[in-house]
Design a protein around this ligand. Structure first.
Ligand code: ZN
Length: 134
């Protein structure tokens, strides 16, 4: 297992509209989609930068993971996501290496990708995601 590229960087924001304005007006990137992921209680805005996306995450519920993150730490970088060939296989390989996983098996994330997270306690404090089309 080796990631092919950084698929996206997830950034928690308090206000999606204000953050989109910064990425569009200041950084000259184009928001190409906004999607609500009900299961994770977030609304996500997508920007493409080369092979990598920026995903702005606004919580739709103060009790959701992003709502709690913003309340505790303020807005900022939330996680980094690596593209892999197969998320299920990768999560198993990580477990075999003794890495703490949040997900034992993949779930559906934004854009229909299969995603799974590693626990920050095993990754030097970085919430780490894998995603794949398979
Ligand atoms: Zn993500």
């Amino acid at each position: 297992m080796k990631p092919t590229h950084v698929e996206h960087i997830g950034i928690a924001v308090a206000n999606l509209d204000e953050a989109i304005k910064y990425y569009e007006d200041v950084l000259n990137l184009k928001c190409y989609a906004i999607e609500e992921v009900a299961e994770q209680k977030v609304k996500v805005a997508f920007f493409q930068v080369g092979d990598t996306k920026i995903e702005l995450l606004e919580s739709t519920d103060p009790e959701g993971p992003i709502g709690k993150f913003v309340a505790n730490k303020g807005p900022g970088v939330h996680h980094i996501a690596f593209a892999v060939d197969n998320t299920a296989d990768t999560l198993k390989a990580m477990e075999n290496k003794g890495i703490a996983t949040i997900d034992k098996t993949p779930r559906k994330g934004a854009e229909g990708l299969n995603i799974g997270f590693l626990h920050p306690k095993s990754t030097f404090g970085v919430l780490t995601e894998f995603c794949s089309k398979n």
